[in-house]
Write a protein that binds this ligand. Structure first.
Ligand code: FES
Ligand SMILES: [Fe+2]
Length: 363
């Protein structure tokens, strides 16, 4: 008899030691979304953020590239910037040491009087940064493979599906706090086995559940692609122009392990999910909605509201119940439903893939 695949043990979602392990071993070694390039569009625009317990900031340099540094001065460790803003020079607020866009120290009061003081040896600590179709990602692992190696083909597929992607800007972010471990939320996002019983609007007014399919990457990259046709046009909850490009009648999403997903709704409507792991029992799922040049769009505003009030709200109830259940002494992990005929809506192949990456991440 073939052995069934059991779901991941509860401690992966509830044990603070495993969360700490993920922080060091996973969050610091994978590509994490930070900000959209248009949010720091001008030279000197900066954006401070936290990742895996580290304070960091992105800044737009003179040549137009986005750079990322640990948010700490190399003198006596004051933070360099707070929040967001614009500066013409990177200057530490404590004793006014300055750094150029390469992070190299350029001056400091009275430092020239100190014999042997070599400011060339003083440099902010930089972080790997990539602009992925306008989305800025960082990786705290200096030796990490590039995003194109991590996620082969995705950059090009997105550009084909969303031809206007280079001119998109965020219109709105909707942050959704969830009282669950980040993996509960990511797993819930990554299967549609729960859709028929929980998401009437999504499966009746946005996509066609009969064709819903989630495929792990055929070459073993840590990507999950969700694909389906759109609903028949009279049932769609918003108007779409099927002529706008060859993909306009379809839905696809690209989940990029561990915490980001691009989604293209029918009609080339790009939106994103990214997760912030707040602590072992809490995460925040952030929905991003984009329009060309950030222009006001009533359709997108309404779609964001509909999504927040239906699919997202329905999911919050599910994931919070699961987190409570994972803490139950009576929970014995059950078998996953892996349909041997393929990866359709009633199969949990994607969960098997995710849980193997989750195990691997803490081993
Ligand atoms: S700590 Fe930054 S100049 Fe002293
Ligand atoms: Fe859901």
């Amino acid at each position: 008899m073939t052995e069934v695949t059991q779901s991941l043990e509860a401690r992966y979602y509830t044990d603070p030691a495993i969360f700490e392990n993920e922080k060091q071993g996973l969050f610091k070694k994978t590509w994490q979304f930070v900000v959209h390039a248009s949010e720091i569009a001008n030279v000197g625009d900066y954006f401070a953020f936290e990742l895996a317990g580290e304070s960091l900031f992105c800044v737009r340099d003179k040549a137009g590239n986005v750079r990322t540094y640990y948010n700490v001065c190399q003198h006596r460790a004051h933070e360099m910037v707070q929040g967001t803003g614009n500066t013409h020079v990177l200057v530490c607020p404590y004793h006014a040491w300055t750094y150029d866009w390469d992070g190299q120290m350029t001056s400091g009061p009275a430092t020239k009087r100190v014999e042997g003081f070599d400011q060339k040896k003083v440099c902010l600590t930089s972080v790997r940064t990539e602009n992925f179709n306008g989305f800025i990602f960082v990786n705290l692992d200096k030796n990490a493979a590039s995003m194109d190696e991590w996620y082969p083909g995705v950059r090009e597929e997105l550009a084909a599906w969303v031809p206007q992607i280079a001119s998109l800007q965020p219109q709105e972010y909707v942050a959704v706090p969830e009282k669950c471990n980040w993996k509960v939320s990511v797993e819930n996002y990554s299967e549609c086995y729960h859709c028929p019983s929980n998401h009437p609007t999504f499966i009746e007014g946005v996509v066609n559940p009969a064709t819903y399919d989630i495929q792990p990457d055929p070459d073993g990259a840590k990507i999950l692609r969700h694909k389906t046709q759109c609903q028949s046009l009279e049932k769609m909850t918003y108007d779409i122009d099927l002529e706008s490009n060859e993909y306009a009648g379809r839905y696809q999403s690209w989940f990029l392990w561990p915490m980001f997903s691009f989604q293209c709704y029918p009609g080339n409507v790009l939106n994103t999910y990214h997760w912030l792991a707040d602590d072992v029992d809490n995460c925040t799922a952030v929905r991003g909605w984009y329009t060309v040049d950030g222009e006001e769009s009533q359709v997108i505003r309404e779609l964001a509201v509909q999504d927040r009030e239906t699919t997202v709200e329905e999911d919050v109830v599910l994931v919070e119940s699961v987190q409570r259940g994972l803490k139950s002494s009576g929970y014995v992990p059950g078998p996953l439903v892996l349909d041997p005929r393929g990866h359709g809506v009633m199969s949990e192949h994607s969960i098997a893939a995710l849980q193997s990456w989750m195990r691997e991440a803490v081993e």
